[in-house]
Design a protein around this ligand. Structure first.
Ligand SMILES: Nc1ncnc2c1ncn2[C@@H]1O[C@H](COP(=O)(O)OP(=O)(O)OP(=O)(O)O)[C@@H](O)[C@H]1O
Ligand SMILES: [Mg+2]
Length: 231
């Protein structure tokens, strides 16, 4: 579902990703881990075509993102659910309207919007907060709205870059368990994190980046705490 072939990405001549080869299958759930600056966000941005690789090819569902014209990018984004560390909710819209936003933008009729938004809020267990505004919700609840928004269009792929970066440990684990349940429904889920506890609790596939390279990629993996030898 997600494939990177010999992908490199440099910023102003400085490599952020070096010759990455990676495949995440349909319905798979994987963590992308690594220290700050390892290239996790860069890899995520390549997947949703916020950035283009300096070399190599990125495929989503068999589509080579290098070959997408600018008019096809919205089509790609519709096939991707994206969850952000800072939620990126519209502050003056209710939870319901935040989730409905994309469907309305696509011209889905309001009866269908209601069905799909209610179902997405159900998945994240937030039906009772549909009328709340973001500032009336806890961080974990806001992130659940963010997840409902990401899945409301039924995307085959869900990308989450540090989705628990602003949450306490217990809430973080709940959010990741929720994402794992979503993957069980057939969605391919890739989560970047530097939270060792979560990764080591979940025991799922762990793709580990360091200085722009995949250093390990293991099923049922752990995220070892590295001894720092920085000067
Ligand atoms: N827009 C940019 N312009 C220039 N350099 C960038 C840009 N984005 C990232 N980089 C550089 O690319 C490297 C990888 O950054 P990236 O943000 O992908 O790391 P990360 O693994 O997501 O780190 P963190 O855990 O801190 O979020 C870093 O050296 C960073 O400084
Ligand atoms: Mg990052």
């Amino acid at each position: 579902m997600i494939r990177l072939q010999n992908v490199s990405k440099s910023y102003g001549g400085r490599p952020a990703l070096k010759d990455i080869n990676l495949h995440v299958a349909l319905g798979e759930f994987a963590f992308l881990v690594g220290p700050s600056g390892a290239g996790k966000s860069t890899l995520m941005r390549l997947l949703y075509r916020e950035e283009v690789p300096t070399a190599g090819n990125v495929f989503i569902g068999g589509v080579n993102l290098n070959k997408l014209g600018s008019r096809q990018i919205p089509l790609l984004r519709r096939r991707l659910g994206i969850v952000f560390q800072d939620y990126k909710l519209l502050p003056r819209q209710t939870a319901y309207d935040n989730v409905a936003y994309i469907l309305r933008a696509l011209g889905v009729d309001e009866k269908d919007v209601r069905k799909r938004v209610t179902s997405a809020l159900n998945v994240v267990n937030l039906e009772d907060k549909a009328a709340a505004y973001p500032d009336e919700l806890s961080g974990g609840e806001q992130q659940r709205v963010g997840i409902a928004r990401a899945i409301v269009n039924g995307p085959p792929v869900l990308l989450a870059d540090e989705p628990t970066g602003n949450l306490d440990p217990a809430t973080s684990l709940e959010i990741v368990q929720l994402l794992a349940r979503i993957s069980e429904r057939g969605t391919t889920v890739l989560i970047s994190t530097h939270d060792h506890t979560i990764v080591n609790t979940m025991r799922r596939r762990v793709i580990s980046l360091k200085q722009g390279e995949v250093i390990t990629d293991v099923d049922s993996g752990m995220y070892e705490v590295e001894m720092s030898v920085e000067s």
